[in-house]
Design a protein around this ligand. Structure first.
Ligand code: GTP
Ligand code: SPV
Ligand code: MN
Length: 591
């Protein structure tokens, strides 16, 4: 036995001694193993079979009603120095955190099977990929990890070869919100999660490993682990540009990653290719460009709003071999959520559907499905080298102020644009929905270290010689006086991406403003769009006094992050504020 496997076996033995499971199962990722697990879950009620004619091999899982989202206040980063976790993370001293977790885990798997899940984040043969092992007592977690990662024998073989892997220990415990906590020990490459069976709290390869632990590793190793989708845009000439975009949870990553070109674009030969919908690992290549892989193998996507109109690619992959969590069901056992035709008879809690009790599908209900089932999935997603990134896009849900799109003037300004991102909160995490908060680079819940150090790390890529991507900011969520979205969004977002590609190739026009470079409406292809007069006037307009206030609030935010904030970023903030003060208003629509 290799010393790596000896270390893994030792850890598994230690965990078994602590948690006292009735049985231990090492997962190989095979179809037979999955079938056996599904049978166990159907018998226990963990999974409910859906209509085998319309949705072969699809199942519904109903979470505990109090366990349906990430829990940011219970998610800790346990660095030995408190300051290294930053004001952006709850912190606990490692020794105290281990003691707390040991107490929770003691005997918690009595009567249960303990599953050992080796997994690889990224193509199994990629140098950029990283492995981990999750121990869990939840077969639902195993079934999801099998779809979301390269799980089983191949990952174990890589671990045996390579050595280093992230250890993740998970138990659903009693699903008691009072006994729920998720601890990260980035210095030990370790995760401990107790008391939740939900997505980002329990599928430890995803946010815990591929973002919190990986961002910490990436900083010391000179790369970036980001909450970004990756897509490829192929123009009629057959050239493909790859774009990475960071939007906060439930703000449009999956939808943009699977975009279907509007009619005219499709006819002209534009194609959109999906590489990833949630996480992006970017490494500087020898050519000075950033090369990105999607560390995941599946999608854990928001169900509500997914329809033939908004995201036909997603719908097309959800009629087989998928797990649905907390959606409603129709009379003939099809999964149902708000946005689909037809009618539910049961809601996400299994009650008879009653609109007075709320939506049929929980607003954070999800589907889990293999990326291979996505019609727009790119063969390049399996490329061990990754894809070269031409543009980085930041964006959030902002009902007002922020224009449809603008371009940062350079890398430093782009880092400020990312660092000052703000967005309305969504149902992806517990707590109030619709409250605007700062969410730098969409990483507020996921950065495994101090935000000030994170910004410095981003700035460090700006050195000369690098062929860095252009940085843009978008806002699909601007609302009009009537409260409706001003921009049609979804497929029509390609019109904005086309302008970005035009900026990269030097063909598209922009107006220089203090906040960045904006297109005029006439610089975007709006053919076939019925934009309201209000939309035409305000989507690309600058409200100078409001932007002045915004920059003041960004400065306050940077101050709140403390003295570690890089002076270069503060100076950049001051530069933008000063240029706003000096700016003579140009109407960007007419200029
Ligand atoms: P996470 O998986 O939580 O990280 O979310 P995500 O960023 O992938 O968000 P997703 O694409 O699932 O979209 C979340 C919600 O926003 C869905 O209800 C979508 O229908 C809606 N949405 C996505 N894109 C657009 C858009 O361009 N315009 C509007 N108005 N809504 C959108
Ligand atoms: C998100 O909340 O950003 C998600 C879902 O992608 S979860 O896996 O729960 O983090
Ligand atoms: Mn996400």
């Amino acid at each position: 036995m290799s010393s790596q496997l000896a270390a893994l076996n030792q850890w598994v033995d230690d965990v078994a001694r602590l948690t006292q499971p009735a049985a231990i199962h090492w997962c190989d990722g095979s179809d037979a193993e999955n079938a056996a697990l599904v049978a166990i879950m159907q018998a226990s009620g963990d999974l409910i079979g859906l209509n085998p004619q319309t949705h072969p091999n699809c199942h519904l899982h109903r979470s505990h009603p109090g366990d349906v989202a990430r829990v940011e206040h219970l998610t800790f980063v346990c660095t030995s120095e408190r300051d290294d976790a930053g004001p952006n993370n709850p912190w606990m001293a490692p020794a105290e955190a281990h003691a707390k977790m040991d107490a929770l885990f003691a005997g918690c798997m009595r009567g249960r099977t303990m599953y050992v899940v080796p997994y690889c984040m990224g193509p199994i043969g990629s140098k950029l990929a990283r492995c981990g092992v999750e121990i869990t007592d939840s077969p639902y977690v195993v079934a999801n990890m099998r779809i979301m990662t390269r799980m089983g024998a191949a990952a174990l073989a890589r671990i045996e070869r390579e050595g280093s892997f992230v250890t993740g220990l998970h138990s659903i415990g009693e699903l008691d919100p009072e006994r729920r906590v998720i601890m990260h020990f980035p210095e030990e490459l370790t995760i401990k999660s107790y008391g939740s069976g939900y997505g980002g709290n329990a599928l430890l390869g995803k946010k815990c490993h591929a973002l919190r632990i990986a961002s910490h590793q990436a900083r010391s190793e000179g790369w970036l682990a980001e909450h970004m989708l990756i897509l490829g845009i192929e123009n009629p000439k057959g050239e493909t540009h790859y774009i990475a975009a960071a939007f906060p949870s439930a703000c449009g990553k999956t939808n943009l990653a699977m975009l279907i070109p509007p009619e005219g674009y499709a006819r002209d030969g534009w194609k959109v290719w999906t590489i990833g919908d949630d996480i992006c690992w970017m490494h500087p290549g020898e050519d000075g460009r950033l090369w990105a892989i999607n560390p995941e193998a599946g999608f854990f996507g928001v169900a509500p709003g997914t329809s033939a109109k908004t995201n036909p690619n997603a719908l097309a992959m959800l009629d087989r071999d998928a797990i649905f969590t907390n959606v409603g069901v129709t009379a003939d056992d099809q999964p149902w959520w708000e946005g689909l035709p037809g009618a539910p008879v049961k809601d996400w809690q299994g009650r008879d559907y009653d609109p007075a009790k709320g939506p049929a599908a929980h607003p954070n209900s999800r589907f889990t499905v293999s990326a291979k089932q996505c019609p727009s999935y790119s063969a390049r997603a399996e490329d061990p080298q990754g894809v070269p990134i031409s543009a980085i896009v930041f964006g959030g849900r902002r009902a007002s102020l922020v224009p449809l799109v603008f371009e940062a003037r350079d890398w430093t300004h782009g880092v400020l644009v990312g660092a000052s991102m703000a967005s309305e909160t969504t149902a992806a995490a517990t707590g109030a929905v619709g409250v605007v908060r700062r969410d730098p680079m969409a990483m507020k819940p996921f950065c495994g270290y101090h935000f000030a150090d994170y910004f410095a790390h981003w700035l460090s890529f700006g050195g000369s010689g690098a062929k860095l991507p252009k940085i843009f900011h978008v806002n699909w969520f601007r609302k009009g006086a009537d409260g409706a979205f001003l921009w049609p969004g979804f497929g029509d977002n390609l019109r904005v991406l086309e302008w970005m590609i035009g900026r990269i190739s030097g063909e598209a026009h922009a107006v220089d403003t203090p906040i960045g470079r904006l297109p005029r409406l006439s610089d975007l292809n709006t053919e076939g769009l019925a934009l309201s007069a209000e939309a035409r006037e305000s989507l690309l307009a600058l409200d100078l006094p409001a932007w002045h206030d915004e920059l003041e609030s960004v400065a306050v935010y940077l101050d709140e992050l403390g003295p570690r904030v890089p002076p270069e970023l503060r100076r950049e903030c001051e530069r933008v504020a000063a240029s706003l003060a000096a700016y003579e208003a140009v109407d960007p629509v007419d200029a």
